[in-house]
Structures are given as C-alpha cells and as structure tokens.
Design a protein around this ligand. Structure first.
Ligand SMILES: *Cc1c(COP(=O)(O)O)cnc(C)c1O
Length: 463
C-alpha cells in the first residue's frame, strides 16, 4: 500500500472504493486493505480469543466460533503464541535441573533479561545500555524519581497533566511528600483550556517557559491514556531542558504504539509497562530508560545486588561495583517467568519496525475515524440520532492508534450490547469508549466489523 503514503485516509478510502466500484463503507474496502497489508502475517503470531470464549458474549446473536473483535490492546495486549512454549521450556528446565538453570540453557535465569533488552531498546528508540527491564511500571517511576527529583527551595515543582493516570499522580504526590514538600505547592497540574479536551503544545511550552525556573522535573505521559493524545515529546524535552529541568515520560501508552526516539530526543528518563501494547501479559516486566548522557552522574538512590557488575556479582564481596546508568538501578534478580512472554512479544516486534507499524497504524486508525465520522457525525436535522464525538486529536501526529469516543447518549447499555456481540473494548462511564486498533495484530476487517457491530449495538441499546 506504499502508493498511499502521504495521502490522508479519507482520500485513500475513496480511491480504493472507486477503483473497486463499491461504496467507501463496504467491507470490500477493508478486505482490500487487509490483502495488501504487508504486516498482516504478524497477527498469526498471536492468540485471538474466539467470541464464544469471552464471558459476556451471547452466541444466539453472533457466530461464537469467529475470532472476537479485540480493540483493547491498549489495556492488555494479546498473548504471543510463543509465550507458552518459552514458559514451558523454563518450567521443564527447572523441573529437570533445578538450580543449574541459573547458568544453563538458552535463557540462563541469572542474566535472561540481558538478552532481550536490545529488542526492547529497538521498540522505544534507545541504546541497549539505556534500557533496564525490571519491576512494575509504578515501581520504576518511583526509582527514577528518587534519582532525578532533588527539590530545592527555589526549584521544587513537578509538572504533569491534570488528569494523569492515577498511579502516576499518586507517585508524584508521594515523591513530593517524601522530600518534605507540599503537593499543593509543588505539583503543577496542567489542564486543557476551558471547553477543550486535550492540551495544546503551545500551552505546555508556555507554562514551562514561565514556570521553568521553579520546576525540577517535567513528568508527562507520552500518549495520554484517556484522550489518546500523543504529546510532542521533542518540543517538551527541549523546552524543559532549556529551563534546566529534567524531563521524563511515562510511555505506558506510547511504547509499542508510536515511534519513539528516546535517545535522539535526549529525554532524560522514561518508564513504561509491557502488558499493554507490548503484550507481555498482566503485570509483566516493566521498562526503564535513562539517557546515556547521565551514565556517570545520575546514581540510584536505592541499590541491590542486581545493580552490581555481572562479572563479579556472584563473588559476594559486599563492595558494590555499580553498573553505570540505568543498569545500576536493578535491585533483584529478574523473574524468568516474566521474561519468557516478554521475549515472545519482543521477537514479533523485531520481525518488523516501529516505523512500519506506525505507517499501518496511521491508515488503520484513520479508517476507523473515517467510518465513525461517516455514520455518527452530529446531524442537526436528526437530533434524536445518537452521535459520536472523537476526543482524540484529529491530527495523526498528535495521536497513536487509540480513539476515545464520547457518545451523545449514556454508553453502558450500548457497551453491553457490543460485548454480547463479541467486541472487546474499554468503557469509561458515563459516555466514553476507548477503541484501540493495534497495528501489530488488528486488521482493517476488525475495524469494519466493529463499526457494523456498533450500529447493531446502538439500535439494540436505545430500544
Ligand atoms: C497502565 C498504566 C499504569 C499502571 O501502572 P502499573 O505499575 O503497571 O500497575 C501507570 N501509569 C500509566 C500512565 C499507565 O498507563
């Protein structure tokens, strides 16, 4: 589909439908896109649940033997097929050789995570030495903040979004208290303008410019979990650093979703989880990034034996040979049972590139947007007809794959009707659905089936 690069999705849909001689809303368009999708084979690397196996499904309404319409990879990614095999290998190794598994086999437990950090670094645009795989996301956020947030009387604030993910909000709040400051004074929360739903880059940069001298750390998300807004990380990083702030990003909704260049952008630090777009399974091993420019200057506040140089780690000298950079932040030996599914997923990512995934994603999400606008734009002549407003920015450069839809009617019934028909997506009361067509395994037909099912669900839900 390279001939479409640079065209907007609306134009692409119209061109394809006129060459096929069908309506732009026809399922033939989706089938055409799927047929020409060079990444289509990657879906085969994942286990897509069948409709009948999803608990809310009603197989009297839809064919239960079909694959479900899985649009919730922003919450929990699908299971890579190799995950089970890798887990079984390690369980068998444990059963057969016990403690010897630490140093033997293709995945020696004592340094198993070292083998996949390079794969993860490719996904987030980092050098291998800048990435550590450890702990959970919130734990890593705390460990990084302990090293980067050193408030003084003059510079004590942390800048973040007003509606940041709760865990990030609590983490920042508690870090401020831990240093003896008051969140009321030190937490600088940025809200959209009145009547708007997403933040304007110019407003973010203006606050940094105005308040920067009192800001110790700018701590934004890469992609906002609720609105789906992709922030301009380059501009935010530059602006913050020009004012002498450290700039960190929570990339939970950005990693594996959009192209990141954490190294090239000069981001100071970042963290992310691996169970959303990176498909490592609930509670999977999380990531942490510290730019290599800080390799010898930023030190971990808390240390453990896994931060000790591997060559001498097991000599037990009690004289810490701290690994430089983020590797020195590791505390405990890593759980091999979490390394296995993460490896399985990262290998799939490394069969392609984030650049290629993003190219598909722009069309996939653009196609979803096109169909929603076609069917559910507000129609002044039919005020009773439910309509859908897309909260996520319409500029593709300001979003990832997710669209956050807000409905003119309460959404609970409609959501239930979607679930009964085999759609897995996310609802936030009273009226928002978050829909994430993931380029790694979702198809254009998934998007088309979703739109058809939404029509049926709205009809059933408003009876
Ligand atoms: C998913 C998510 C979390 C979850 O934190 P865990 O420590 O993995 O439980 C935190 N912050 C953001 C921004 C998220 O999207």
């Amino acid at each position: 589909m390279d001939e479409f690069v640079g065209l907007n999705p609306r134009e692409v849909v119209q061109r394809v439908s006129s060459s096929l001689g069908c309506s732009p809303t026809s399922a033939q368009v989706a089938a055409y896109f799927d047929k020409h999708d060079k990444l289509r084979h990657l879906r085969d690397q994942f286990l897509v649940p069948k409709i009948a196996d999803l608990p809310p499904s009603d197989v009297s309404l839809v064919d239960g033997t079909k694959e479900c319409i899985y649009l919730v990879g922003n919450s929990l990614g699908l299971q890579p097929k190799m995950a089970q095999k890798y887990l079984e290998e390690e369980l068998e190794k444990w059963a057969k050789m016990g403690v010897h598994g630490h140093t033997l086999g293709s995945r020696p437990w004592a340094w198993a995570e070292d083998n996949i950090e390079g794969l993860m670094a490719n996904v987030v645009g980092a050098k291998s030495e800048e990435v550590a795989l450890m702990n959970g996301l919130t734990v890593n956020l705390h460990l990084l903040m302990l090293a980067f947030y050193k408030p003084t009387a003059a510079r004590h604030k942390i800048l973040l979004e007003n509606k940041a993910f709760p865990s990030d909000h609590y983490a920042v709040e508690s870090q401020i208290r831990l240093r003896g400051f008051d969140p009321q004074q030190s937490m600088l929360l940025l809200s959209p303008r009145p009547g708007e739903e997403t933040l304007r880059t110019e407003d973010i940069l203006e606050v940094i410019e105005k308040e920067g001298d009192s800001i110790a750390v700018v701590m934004f998300s890469g992609v906002q979990y609720y609105t789906g807004q992709l922030f301009n990380m380059t501009a935010i990083t530059e602006a913050g650093q020009r004012k002498g702030c450290y700039v960190g990003f929570d990339c939970a909704h950005a990693a594996g979703n959009v192209e990141l260049k954490l190294h090239d952008w000069g981001v100071d630090f970042a963290c992310w989880c691996s169970y959303k777009y990176i498909n490592s399974g609930a509670g999977g091993l999380a990531g942490a990034f510290i730019h290599k420019k800080h390799k010898h200057t930023i030190k971990p506040a808390l240390t453990g034996w896994w931060g000790h140089d591997l060559k001498t780690r097991f000599q037990m000298s009690n004289e810490l040979e701290l690994q430089p950079g983020v590797k020195g932040f590791r505390l405990s030996n890593q759980p091999i049972l979490l390394v296995c599914p993460l490896q399985a997923s990262l290998e799939v990512f490394n069969m392609t590139s984030m650049q290629a995934l993003r190219r598909k994603s722009l069309l996939l999400t653009g196609y979803l947007e096109y169909l929603i606008q076609h069917y559910y734009s507000e129609d002044p002549t039919r005020p009773q007809k439910p309509h859908v407003h897309i909260m996520t920015p319409s500029d593709p450069q300001q979003r990832g794959c997710q669209l956050s839809l807000s409905f003119s009617i309460p959404i609970r019934r409609v959501f239930q009707e979607l679930e009964r028909r085999g759609v897995a997506c996310d609802m936030r009361e009273p009226s928002v659905l978050r829909i994430a067509p993931v380029p790694l395994y979702n198809s254009f037909s998934d998007v088309h089936r979703f739109i058809e099912t939404l029509g049926a669900a709205l009809a059933a839900g408003s009876q």
